[in-house]
Design a protein. Structure first.
Length: 394
């Protein structure tokens, strides 16, 4: 088990959490308990027959309370944010008082308790408070040691361990907290990436299926009207439906695999067929070659052309649709304009298709503008940046 698993916390700022399994609790208890071996000096003094029975009993009870407090401070979640729980400050104060009383009353062997108080400060207090609490406890240790151990042969050996132990525990707590924050950040990034991928897939499926299903519906209605008087024409419409369905299946598979990259040439041909099948006259002004468009920006314009012509077929009731792509080298933009003479926008809010198209163009660095046309129809204007503006001949 890693240090992070041993000391991880339930609260984002706590630095550790309660064990979730018995195995975790046992491992943490062993990791903490091994340091209790350094209490050998006070335990030996306690049972060495140097004190009366009453003093031994009281000192034993005090030591037991001290150990319980120490384990509570380093074992339990103690603080969130910039402040610890109130019981933490009370417990640290009680530990410090016990350390002073036992050391002053029983001798230098009990000075080691201050080292545990320093470690508790590093474990249970926020970093800003631990930075002064650990040196403060060490200073109390030095002062008490100068009083109870006048030759000074013991307390200097405890000053450095107190400082190192307290700041080492603070460092471990900070390290674990940082590791958890990094893991939380990775989970957040992964969640955002998954959300973005779902949005991309939703846009692709809407654009692919919306266009194809609209064309299938239109041709099905035409075939129904042609039967039974014109079976040959109806059969042609059914054949077209089969072709569109097969292509839609291929497009969906490619979109799910993230391989499909629509092109302006392909979408232009598809738009001609769809508009002609709907009885809409078409004026298409799309150059075969558009220098300065990379794969992503051309794909964004192709999606825009598909969405615009799908809306014309499904909603406009138009008799004429004009599609044009122009390049503005001065502004560094390629512009797609689709305009019809139909009934115009049906509502004040854009539909899912236009919303998704706006997001797609924004990802490519472009913009989407829709408005009512001058003759009462609808105009869609999509712009994308040019990857490289062609140099003008001198």
């Amino acid at each position: 088990m890693s240090v992070e698993e041993t000391w991880a916390g339930t609260e984002p700022a706590a630095g550790r959490r309660l064990p979730e399994t018995r195995r975790q609790a046992l491992i943490r208890l062993m990791w903490i308990g091994v340091w209790l071996l350094y209490l050998a000096a006070p335990v030996t003094d306690l049972f060495g027959g140097h004190h009366s029975a009453a003093v031994t009993a009281l000192a034993g009870a005090g030591l037991a309370c001290f150990i319980v407090g120490y384990l509570s401070l380093v074992f339990l979640p103690a603080h969130t944010g910039e402040r610890s729980a109130p019981w933490v400050y009370a417990l640290l104060a009680a530990q410090t008082a016990l350390s002073f009383v036992l050391s002053a009353g029983l001798g230098k062997n009990w000075l080691v308790l201050f080292v545990y108080v320093a470690v508790s400060c590093g474990a249970a207090l926020p970093a800003a408070q631990s930075r002064w609490a650990v040196p403060g406890v060490t200073a109390v240790l030095a002062g008490t040691g100068a009083w109870v151990d006048r030759p000074g042969d013991l307390y200097p050996s405890l000053v450095v361990p107190a400082l190192l132990g307290g700041f080492a525990m603070l460092g471990v707590t900070q390290l674990v907290r940082t590791m958890r924050e990094l893991r939380e950040a990775r989970r957040t990034v992964a969640h955002l990436a998954a959300t973005e991928e779902r949005l991309r897939l939703a846009r692709d499926l809407h654009d692919l299926l919306g266009h194809s299903l609209s064309l299938i519906t239109l041709k099905s209605e035409l075939a129904g009207r042609m039967l039974p008087g014109r079976p040959e024409d109806a059969a042609q419409q059914v054949a077209d439906i089969e072709q569109v369905s097969r292509q839609a299946l291929v497009d969906v598979r490619e979109a799910v695999s993230a391989y499909r990259r629509p092109t302006l040439a392909g979408e232009t041909a598809t738009a001609r067929r769809a508009l002609a099948s709907a009885g809409v006259a078409v004026q298409m002004h799309v150059p075969d070659l558009l220098p300065g468009l990379d794969t992503d920006t051309e794909g964004a314009l192709a999606w825009a052309l598909r969405e615009a012509t799908t809306n014309v077929v499904r909603h406009s009731g138009a008799a004429l649709c004009v599609c044009a792509v122009t390049v503005d080298p001065e502004a560094g933009l390629a512009v797609l304009t689709v305009s019809d003479d139909g009934r115009g926008p049906l509502g004040s809010r854009p539909g899912n298709g236009l919303t998704g198209l706006g997001e797609r163009l924004a990802l490519a660095g472009g913009t989407l503008v829709t408005a009512r046309a001058g003759d009462g129809g609808f105009t869609l204007r999509a712009t994308v940046p040019l990857a490289a503006v062609p140099a003008r001949p001198s």
